[in-house]
Design a protein around this ligand. Structure first.
Ligand code: BG6
Length: 461
């Protein structure tokens, strides 16, 4: 069922290009399993596609440990509808074979032919796959995403990273626009599927106590933090060509910033939400950058021993519009830090003194995205037993205490959106290009790379 509408999801096939990869095993297969377990997904098939000689059974076995509380009956349902197709993405003759494989599977499972192609491969393959999908009519440029004269639809999901700089992102957007209608394209950022990220704008716009204060007159600063305890975890080859700026800042963190800072969209539709976010990203200016690398990074597998790739980045950004005049947005992310935490902290300007009673700290609103999802509001109250003394307290809203720990995982939420054709939590081409422009600005700051100790809070400065 669709979580809100309580309707079973439209039947479809998931075709995971890069089906043997980490994303497929750790996130996508478990997300599909959960959708089946919740009885949202009843009629479906999964086709895992990759270059190596392997089997669906082997990949599913590797995905199994990433499913919590596995129910053998649900697992069996998933296994019975999952297939493997070996192909070389660069060999054009393989595409009609993929097409016939799909038709066979759809016949066997009595599916009508709706298809979600999830590009979970290395990003350098995206353009080639896009081109051959278009050449062979596997995905069309029909505005309804229908294949020539047929009712079923085909949609394409592009995993991040979307390009590795502004030029490559533009080139990829160009090939996609040439090949498909924008309504069939889903550029994913899994952070937009997280409950508390989805809450940012709604909490602000639906609570009278926040929106009137949401500007430079009342807000002193905004801190957006994505701190991780893990290192590069076997992703050295990819990470060493990327780094903190291109990996987390370009995508997750700038998306969070855009959601915090955007104007209220006229309608809650993809078109208006994405335009409001793009309007913020257009006005972002980088004021300062600090970069760091954890001690021991150079010894990680597949990392160049002389690498200057940053595993930590802290930026001070400003948004050049009337609402945010002069307000610093501090964006910080790093690997191998002291804690795993993703949060947004809105610090309000200090309240005025009431005669001689002055607040000791400022009010803050903390939106904890992970791991302890919730909202925390720091206020002042009178210290019990005194007449003229105040002390800070925190009002806490624990999301999992109220809604339970099993709120849907980000990839489940986003797969449901793709099935429903809802693009509001997916990125528009210009948002991605604007984010790359901000990264290019940050890279013009010549800042020495500072080493930091694993388990610390990052570089000393
Ligand atoms: C990915 C980044 O997009 O997000 C990783 O490539 C990062 O480097 C991960 O670790 C963080 O996601 P989450 O959901 O674990 O906070």
């Amino acid at each position: 069922m669709d979580a809100v509408n309580n309707k079973p999801l439209t039947e479809c096939s998931f075709i995971i290009m890069g089906g043997t990869g980490d994303l497929s095993k750790r996130k996508l297969i478990p997300a599909i399993y959960n959708l089946i377990a919740q009885q949202q997904l009843t009629t479906f098939s999964v086709l895992l596609v990759a270059f190596s000689a392997t089997s669906a059974a082997e990949i599913l076995e590797q995905a199994r440990p990433f499913i919590s509380a596995l129910d053998p009956i649900i697992w069996e349902k998933l296994c019975a509808a999952t297939y493997y197709h070996q192909m070389d993405f660069y060999n054009e003759v393989c595409y009609p074979l993929l097409q016939s494989s799909l038709i066979d599977i759809e016949k066997k499972h009595e599916l009508k032919g709706n298809r979600i192609f999830y590009l979970a491969t290395m990003p350098q393959h995206f353009e080639t796959i896009t081109k051959f999908f278009a050449h062979h009519g596997i995905v069309s440029n029909d505005p309804g995403c229908h294949l020539a004269g047929q009712e079923p639809w085909a949609r394409v999901v592009y995993e991040k990273p979307f390009g590795y700089d502004l030029a490559s992102a533009k080139a990829l957007n160009k090939s996609i626009t040439r090949a498909f209608c924008e309504r069939c394209v889903f550029r994913i950022d899994h952070y937009l599927g997280k409950e508390l990220v989805g809450n940012i704008a709604l909490t602000r716009f639906t609570n009278r106590i926040f929106e009137p204060l949401w500007n430079h007159k009342h807000i002193e600063s905004v801190h957006i933090t994505l701190s991780e305890t893990l290192g590069v975890e076997g992703r050295g080859a990819f990470y060493d060509t990327s780094g903190a700026l291109k990996d987390n800042v370009q995508s997750h963190m700038l998306q969070i910033l855009a959601l915090v800072a955007m104007e209220a969209p006229a309608y809650l539709s993809a078109e208006y939400i994405r335009a409001a976010k793009a309007a913020v990203l257009k006005r972002v200016v980088v004021e300062n950058v600090t970069l760091g690398q954890y001690d021991g990074y150079l010894q990680e597998k597949n990392v160049d021993p002389r690498s200057t790739t940053e595993t930590y980045a802290a930026l001070c950004l400003k948004i050049k519009n009337r609402r945010w005049q002069g307000v610093p947005f501090y964006v910080t992310t790093g690997k191998k830090l002291d804690k795993k935490e993703t949060s947004v902290v809105i610090t309000f300007k200090p309240a005025k003194c009431l005669l001689n009673i002055c607040p000791v700290t400022t009010n803050t609103l903390t939106i904890n995205i992970a791991p302890n999802e919730g909202l925390f509001l720091d206020l002042h109250i009178k210290t019990p037993g005194t007449n003229n003394h105040v002390q800070p307290i925190s009002m806490e809203f624990c999301h999992s205490c109220l809604f339970g720990p099993n709120t849907p995982q980000a990839y489940e939420v986003l797969l449901v959106d793709v099935i429903n054709g809802d693009q509001s939590a997916f990125l528009r081409a210009d948002e991605i290009e604007l984010a790359w422009k901000i990264i290019a600005q940050a890279q013009t700051f010549i800042t020495p790379l500072q080493t930091y100790a694993p388990g610390s809070t990052g570089p000393k400065s």
